[in-house]
Design a protein around this ligand. Sequence first.
Ligand code: PMP
Length: 278
Amino acid sequence: MYLTYYNGQWAEGNTPLYGAMDHSLWLGSSVFDGARAIRGKLPDLRPHLERVITSAEKLGLRCPLTVDEMEALVREGVAKFPPDAELYIRPLVFGSEGFLIPVAEKSQFALTLFDAPLPPFTGFSACLSTMRRPQPNMAPTDAKASALYANSTRAMREAKERGFDQAIMLDAEGHVAEFAASNLFLVTEDGKVVTPALNGTFLAGITRARVMALLAEAGVQVEERSVKATELNTAREIFSTGNYGKVTPCTRYEDRTLEAGPVARQARELYLAFTEAT
Ligand code: PMP
């Protein structure tokens, strides 16, 4: 079931949001976020809602709701599904009025929830994309802006055409940045757990930060540093973190097979235990 809150009402199905004169439709002024409900638990919901507000501000939009108001709506929406549902939760802020000028004059809020089972811990394949992440002075990389996903989509299309599930993107300087829509971790040949240091070209993932903290508590330190693309060729493990799949192992990188764990498995188990305790 798809359920959307918009303009004070809940509606099922593919609720229309945009009008032909809306700013975001023509000029890309929309930001969103993604969170999950897993059997009634809402891990890290507030950071995701806080990020919608800051993402909106980075594009000169104003989220018309506070975090508390959004949280109350999310809880109201989740209660409309069965208690054991696994849901995807997507708040959206978009520029509505002012489509003839670069700056949107008014913003709207919408919230969509839908059934989306947490992907199982089975591996995916990934290749190295020819698309790169833009630098902060080329695109609003500090926001979860819909406009950025045009490039992620190009990377995904290219990966699918080559027979892979996912794309790994480098930054403009050629360092590993992230997957097309999730953050990247790897375990090096000598067993170190590494993730690219935040450098403003890719999303500072909320799941990334949570997984780093959970691993550190369990005694596994994650090194944040710049990662060379060649390190992917010798990594023992590569895995992704993101709100949708949480922790998912990459079991084939280009023509090389990789193990699904043990670090990725531990990170996934720690994340699920954290969710249970939320
Ligand atoms: N990078 C990109 C481009 C993404 O779309 C996502 C998913 N939001 C992530 C990373 C992971 O971020 P988070 O853990 O905050 O969902």
